[in-house]
Design a protein around this ligand. Structure first.
Ligand SMILES: [Zn+2]
Ligand SMILES: [Zn+2]
Length: 204
C-alpha cells in the first residue's frame, strides 16, 4: 500500500484482501484509540465463518482490533461491497467485504451508539505496529484457546471510560452522522444486517 502526501503520520491505509475495499483510518495513534486483542468466541467464530482463521487469529485464538471513533474511518473504494451480520442476538454488528470475505469492522447495531472497531490485519502492514503501538488490553482472556497471561495498560474502569468518552464526543460533536457504515439521517446500517443461526458454519 502506498501513502499519499497529505496523510498524517498516524493515518493508516486499509484494504480488504482483494484490494476492492480500500480506505484510511485517520488518527490511529495510541493516544486516541485502543489496540486490543479480543479472545471472545464470537470474534473467533466470525473469522472462522469467513475462512480467515489463519490470517486473523493469533496462536491463542485472539483477534487484533483497534477501537476508535466512527468518523475516523474513510472508505475510498468498494463501500457498496460491505455487508454486515449479527452472530447472536447481541447488538454487535460484524462487517465484512463481500468481494473476498475479509472481516473488516465491528460496530453497534445502529449508528446511535457510535464506536468503530477495525481489524488490525487489514491495516498497512509496514506501519501499523509503529502507529498503533502494542496492545493495551487482552479482552476476554478467559475465552482464549491458550494461556495469554495479562496485559493491561489501563485499569478496566479507565479503559471503559476511554471507550465511553470517544462515544460521547461522537454524539455531542455530531460525528456519529459521519460514519461511512451508517446512513447519516436514520443512522441505520448502509447494508441490511443479516442474523446468522447458531448452526451456520459459513458466511457465503
Ligand atoms: Zn475484497
Ligand atoms: Zn471479541
Amino acid at each position: 500500500m502506498t501513502s499519499n502526501s497529505n496523510m498524517a503520520t498516524t493515518d493508516l491505509n486499509l484494504s480488504c484482501l482483494c484490494g476492492n475495499v480500500t480506505g484510511t483510518l485517520r488518527d490511529a495513534g495510541s493516544a486516541t484509540g485502543d489496540h486490543v486483542i479480543c479472545h471472545c468466541s464470537d470474534c473467533r467464530r466470525f473469522a472462522h465463518l469467513l475462512d480467515q482463521d489463519a490470517r486473523i487469529l493469533d496462536s491463542n485464538g485472539g483477534t487484533a482490533l483497534f477501537q476508535t471513533r466512527c468518523a475516523r474511518l474513510w472508505i475510498r473504494t468498494g463501500r457498496d461491497d460491505l455487508r454486515c451480520v449479527h452472530l447472536t442476538d447481541k447488538p454487535t454488528l460484524r462487517w465484512y467485504a463481500a468481494c473476498c470475505r475479509t472481516p473488516m469492522f465491528n460496530s453497534y447495531a445502529t449508528g446511535r451508539v457510535p464506536y468503530l472497531t477495525a481489524f488490525v490485519a487489514n491495516l498497512d502492514s509496514d506501519r501499523r505496529a509503529q502507529v498503533l503501538g502494542p496492545p493495551v488490553s487482552l479482552l476476554f482472556a478467559e475465552e482464549a484457546t491458550g494461556d495469554v497471561g495479562k496485559v493491561s495498560k489501563f485499569s478496566m474502569p479507565r479503559f471503559i471510560l476511554r471507550f465511553v468518552l470517544r462515544m460521547a464526543k461522537d454524539i455531542i460533536g455530531g460525528d456519529r452522522r459521519r460514519s461511512p457504515l451508517f446512513e447519516p439521517q436514520s443512522l441505520r446500517p448502509i447494508s441490511p444486517p443479516r442474523r446468522l443461526e447458531a448452526s451456520d458454519t459459513k458466511i457465503p
